[in-house]
Design a binder for this molecule. Sequence first.
Ligand SMILES: [Zn+2]
Length: 597
Amino acid sequence: MILLPERDKELLREMEADISKELMQKNFDELMEYPPLHSGSPEEEKAIQVLKRKLEDYGLEPKILRFEAYITDPKMAKLTVTAPQLIEIQTTPYRQAGSTTPEGFETEVIYIPPEMIGYQECRGKIVLCEQRTSGDWMGLQGKLLLKLQEMGVAGLIVIEQDDFMPTVCHQRADFSVSGNPTPENFHLIPTIPAILHVSNRDGAKLRKMAQSGGMKAHIISFAETRWKRLPLLVTEIRGKKEPEKFILVNGHVDTPPYCLGSTDNISGDTAILEVARILNKHRDKLRRSVRIAFWTGHEIGKYAGSTWYNDAFWHDLRYNCVASYNIDSPGVDGATTVREAPYSEVLEAVLESVKDATGIVVEHYRWPTRAGDGSFWGTGLPHVSVTTSRPKETYDPHVNYSGGGWWWHTPYETYDKMDINILKTDVKIELNLVWRLANCPVIPFNYTQYAERMINILEEMQAKSEKINGYYNLYHLIDEAKEFRVLSGKLEAAAKSVAEESDQKKITKINSCLLWVGRYVNPVSHSDADIANQVSMETFGAQPFPRISEIVDLAQMTLHQSAEFKFLHTKLVRERNMVEDGFYQANELIKATLETL
Ligand SMILES: [Zn+2]
């Protein structure tokens, strides 16, 4: 159910007609003068100043906030195979790792297949390994990197999994900590002195070489890790009826090393400027506020900007922010479709906006990842991101953003990879969705499909763990989630009738309920941390219900009387209580709200 008043629909058409390709091209061209934009660099500062000036030109009052971020900036990397013969291999460094000296070092190279990591001795050696190891896009996830670190590996050469474009190395990272570290998680930041990436094609040859034995390499991976002061740009267009409530429209400004970032995320910043310009013209008709934030510290800084913002403005976000709308990688060359939409309470609004703005019917839904600055899951905000993407034939399945363009996070992410016509389509979707979120009198949230997916996931987890159901199971939790599904249906029906009645008191009540249901279920379905903390980065937030996902590991243990079993069992009982409580609180709130309507 989304009831956007007729006058708002007309206004949307007016705003769409106002989208200016000429102006966007000019802004894009100007921003493209500065990358690569390493966080903390003068180039990044210049880009922020350009954005600030443009927002001022549009009549807004932007502010630059400054904060400290713990950043690892890779400076240079070099890989030379020295035995059985001398070969130089092109390589790119990771963004979160330790550092070698500028001279580097030489030692033996061994290949460890994915299933043998943790079992094969590798102290003091360079390990050649597969990026695909845990099936995730970003890198060696699932604690494997930390395992190798613990085992005293001297360096890693990671074989890029991209066989769609086997001659490129994407700039990747495996940061295990989200945002600035704390005393509790500082040790999780990778400190292996060198982590180098080689292309899929080169990797295949190196693998053969290492498997024949006697391979040696000299590697240099020079990185600088220190606290840096970063700028963060924010502005707000105040709503008229509920000014304290706001939609957080956000995107990152910085780019990875060796990358011009045309489609990740200079195109996104250009889009946000255009959304801000047009919305501000219609601010007198805006119901809720729209806050706009340009993050830094996204690429080399473990999402430092958005996590800092979450820390610094936590109370305001927790109690007033309707949704975080992350704009990353729009306007990509060849991006003629919208492949999928993320599960959340905003799913229906996303589908509606895409259809209304483009005519495209999105058919696939996915569990969202934390990747694009989803730093607000502990806080409980829905994390919305939707952009056009390339169709199946041209979609590189090994990249995360840039609409599936194979050039993502490589030196090939150049000026020509942005298509201004497609950027216009994306801005149409963005305006449409922001306007719905800001102006529908009843917040356009619908939990029914999200609830359905949550139940499926919990049932799949349980099915994989039946072996230990006598010790641990999710039966009661699944019942609680099923009740949530039923109540979500009732809430949706109630929201619809309240919207039709347009009784302001009832609207306020139902909106508070719609907002707070998410505050209860989002942190337990997406985060494994408490509400003021950040989700761990092991799976980039791609793992649903991360608090209890280790039920599968528990079920695979050989001995249920072992200490390991009991330790993990204890943890999982506590975490299951947290997840159950999330559903319980949401269910109680819906019941109480329905009674008063
Ligand atoms: Zn990005």
